[in-house]
Design a protein around this ligand. Structure first.
Ligand SMILES: Nc1ncnc2[nH]cnc12
Ligand SMILES: [Zn+2]
Length: 333
């Protein structure tokens, strides 16, 4: 029995597998600058966040029609189901599509159609979080949010991602508008950037969860605050390994974080690029750190606590986790 998982940090475009990239490129009559799927996969060697982002944005440029976006989302949901995911809050980099001429409505309708049907088709409850790109001006994010709010597409929240360069503070108005419209707020911070970036998204943007946040560990007071306020961190171990935020999973500071009382969760980020979906992240961490069933139970329960769901759904997700723990806890002599 696979551990039931809640996925809170996955970029839809980061689930775009090479086979589907080639299939959609062909359908749209586009040529890719790679010989074949293997040639593309061979390029998945990254020196850091930016080297990954360059390829990530390049590959998603084959997405053009509503069907393309729906196919991408359905492919992810099918894969997630096989990996034990029961609830997924999916990030979508809307500006990466509108900036190259795809209407927001086309992209969002495609994604949304698949997410809305997900509970019925895959048994996965979902939410859509539009993630604004930090390397673009905040005014562009504001224009994008205003446009999205005019569309009749179910939205769960907003996020901030891409290169962690420059302040997040200019995005305050965007986050305030999102909050005023009942949207949840998350933000990438403390991935490649320093602990101060984590403080900034909490204090200025009102982020309710921090995506990554691993470098918060460099600031003891911040760690104490995150623990006290129970601000969840959505960790992505295989991403951190492949983007060289950590050098070895055996050194992953997970126990330090758990011991500090941080509400850490395990997620996949961009699974098609980083060598694994959420269950692979759990498995590789378990192998590297020899995690116990009790430690896995804490991680799974943190995911349920951190999810933006109503009480009824949280109860269902918690019951699944409890059943898994009961089935896996070593029997006491
Ligand atoms: N790991 C990551 N960090 C920042 N932005 C991203 N967009 C997709 N993956 C990302
Ligand atoms: Zn991310």
């Amino acid at each position: 029995m696979l551990m039931p998982a809640v996925e809170l940090h996955v970029h839809l475009e980061g689930t775009f597998e090479p086979e589907l990239i080639f299939a959609i490129a062909e359908r749209n009559g586009m040529n890719l600058p790679y010989d074949d799927v293997e040639d593309l996969r061979r390029r998945y060697e990254f020196t850091g966040l930016q080297s990954f982002l360059d390829l990530y944005y390049e590959n998603m440029a084959v997405l053009r029609t509503e069907q393309d976006f729906a196919d991408l989302a359905r492919a992810y949901l099918g894969r997630a189901r096989a990996g034990g995911v029961h609830h997924a809050e999916v990030f979508f980099d809307i500006q990466a599509h509108t900036a190259r001429g795809v209407p927001a409505e086309v992209a969002l309708r495609g994604v949304s159609e698949a997410l809305v049907a997900s509970e019925r088709e895959f048994g996965i409850s979902t939410g859509l979080i539009v993630t604004f790109l930090r390397h673009l001006p905040a005014a562009a994010a504001m224009a994008s949010l205003q446009e999205i709010l005019r569309l009749d597409v179910p939205l769960l929240g907003v996020g901030l991602c891409s290169s962690e360069i420059g302040p997040a503070a200019p995005f305050k108005d965007v986050y305030d508008l999102a909050a005023a419209n009942g949207l949840r707020r998350v933000a990438h911070a403390g991935e490649e950037g320093p602990a101060a970036n984590v403080r900034e998204v909490l204090d200025v943007l009102g982020a309710e969860r921090v995506d990554h946040g691993i470098r918060a560990l460099e600031d003891e007071d911040l760690v104490a605050r995150l623990a006290r306020e129970r601000v969840p961190l959505t960790l992505c171990p295989l991403s951190n390994l492949r983007l060289r935020v950590v050098q070895d999973l055996a050194d992953y500071p997970l126990r330090r974080m758990l011991d500090a009382g941080l509400v850490v969760t395990v997620n996949s980020d961009d699974p098609a690029y980083f060598g694994g979906y959420v269950e692979d992240n759990f498995r590789r961490l378990t192998e590297a750190l020899d995690l116990s069933v009790d430690e896995l139970a804490v991680l799974a329960r943190n995911g349920v606590e951190a999810a933006f769901v109503d009480d009824a759904r949280r109860g269902e997700l918690a019951a699944r986790t409890d059943a898994w723990v009961d089935a896996h806890r070593p029997t006491r002599a």
